[in-house]
Design a protein around this ligand. Structure first.
Ligand SMILES: *Cc1c(COP(=O)(O)O)cnc(C)c1O
Length: 442
């Protein structure tokens, strides 16, 4: 807190009482108003001076990818060793962001392409991403939507929100709506309440999720008034984004307590970042601190191929090493799923160490985290029950009035399914198919 007061004082250039300063500091709107966007402000607050050349480089980066750091998040930076600080690295621009590697893409996840209407990304059968805000408190240097950062013109209008709501209303397969952005918590309480109300009123929407980094970068946003709004919705889940144990401060924990106190289940999505958290020790510490505060580690993302992120990317091997260091070594519910979000819109693909070593008709051979190799004997009499979709003939009690669409398998599960005749999935325009066709023509 002393730190906060000192920073506020320097920021305001005032000698007001510490009570007055604390009032300001803990007001999220004050934090936003005083967000650090210029190198000079950063220098002043940190009491440092970059060389002219360095400053020029930083400003070149800011021209392409703007900077925004909340005073709170900045106060977490270790002043004595700021250049290797994980908070600094996630928030302060680096000249390396201007390195565009040959495989980098503006929109690697095809979020704009897989978009039936502006603001909605519909990739999976039963859930959609609904971009309700393009504003963020802090501009994460590793943002996968870097192409849009600082794009103030694209704050969604009421019409855009209404169009998104219409799309969900008219798409009965959508049972899970993920409010994303930007950061939905940068909307006013009233606007957020309004959007949540509209989504919650759609009969086929069973679950609403919000993705927000405010507990990490702007914990004062979690006000009692916001909690009151959120408490109205009993099917709400929240995912946040901690990448390093240092981000879990007392203030941040307070914000989490308010959310869990309101009965909202919390998850965390981390991104694997070079020189920030690419270390089994750091990740273990992070997941331990998360579960101690009732936040369930959900995903660990391999860093995307977005432009300007090359310097953050690690080998996939590092991620697998981290997963190896967690499974068996710590509580199962502290272990996230490590995923690669497939470039081209393929979605999240889980990757992990191999535990299934071999198998025969009656046994599988497995290995555990200690290196013990073991066998699991399969039953001699497990008979395959062929499913013909006639649940009354089956011993299992499904007895649901499933929609036809629920029973229409796609992808690999279609290959596994008894009542589907498809036996192969074949890429379009196979060269050998084209060859065969031209054979016919002869
Ligand atoms: C991540 C993501 C989701 C949600 O995926 P879950 O695995 O259900 O968390 C939905 N839509 C898009 C486009 C996504 O990227």
């Amino acid at each position: 807190m002393q730190e906060a007061i000192k920073l506020t004082q320097e920021h305001l250039n005032t000698s007001q009482s510490s009570d007055y300063l604390m009032d300001k500091w803990t007001d999220w709107r004050w934090q936003l108003k005083n967000t650090i966007r210029k190198v000079e402000t950063f220098e002043k607050i940190m009491g440092i001076k970059f060389s002219d050349e360095k400053k020029k480089e930083i400003n070149e980066t800011i021209d392409k990818f703007p900077m925004a750091i909340t005073p709170y998040y900045l106060s977490l930076i270790d002043e004595d060793d700021f250049e290797t600080d994980p908070v600094f690295k996630q928030s302060f621009p680096s000249i390396d962001e201007l390195i565009i590697s040959s495989i980098d893409m503006e929109d690697p996840l095809h979020e704009d392409k897989d978009s039936p209407i502006c603001g909605i990304t519909h990739r999976y059968p039963d859930r959609v991403l609904f971009h309700v805000s393009n504003v963020c408190a802090m501009y994460c240097r590793h943002c996968t939507r870097k192409r849009k950062v600082g794009d103030v013109d694209s704050v969604p209008s009421d019409e855009m929100i209404a169009a998104g709501i219409d799309y969900i209303k008219n798409t009965p397969t959508v049972r899970d709506v993920l409010l994303s952005g930007g950061d939905p918590f940068l909307l006013s309480d009233e606007k957020l309440d309004h959007i949540l109300g509209l989504v919650a009123a759609i009969p086929h929407v069973e679950v609403i999720r919000i993705g927000t980094r405010t507990p990490v970068v702007l914990p004062y946003r979690i006000t009692d008034k916001l909690i009151k709004v959120l408490s109205k919705y009993d099917n709400l889940w929240i995912n946040t984004h901690y990448n390093h144990p240092r981000e879990i401060t007392k203030t941040s924990i307070n914000a989490l307590k308010k959310l869990t106190g309101a009965g909202i289940p919390l998850g965390n999505q981390s991104v694997l970042l070079k020189d920030v958290n690419d270390c089994p020790q750091i990740m273990k510490k992070l997941v331990h601190k998360l579960v101690a505060n009732r936040v369930r580690p959900y995903y660990l993302y391999q860093c995307d191929l977005s432009e300007g992120l090359e310097h953050f990317r690690t080998n996939v091997g590092k991620g697998i090493e981290i997963m190896e260091s967690l499974r068996g070594h710590t509580s199962g519910f502290a272990i996230p799923t490590y995923v690669i979000d497939a470039p081209g819109g393929g979605g999240k693909i889980p990757v992990m160490p191999n535990y299934l070593i071999s198998w025969s008709t009656n046994k599988v051979i497995l290995r555990n985290y200690e290196g013990v190799i073991t066998t699991y004997q399969m039953p001699d009499t497990y008979e395959h029950t062929a499913c013909d979709l006639n649940c009354t003939n089956c011993k299992l009690q499904l007895k649901l009035n499933n929609e036809e669409s629920d029973r229409k398998p796609i992808g690999i599960s279609k290959l596994l399914c008894d009542y589907e005749e498809t036996i192969t999935l074949v890429p379009e325009n196979l060269e050998r198919d084209q060859r065969n066709q031209s054979d016919e023509a002869i």
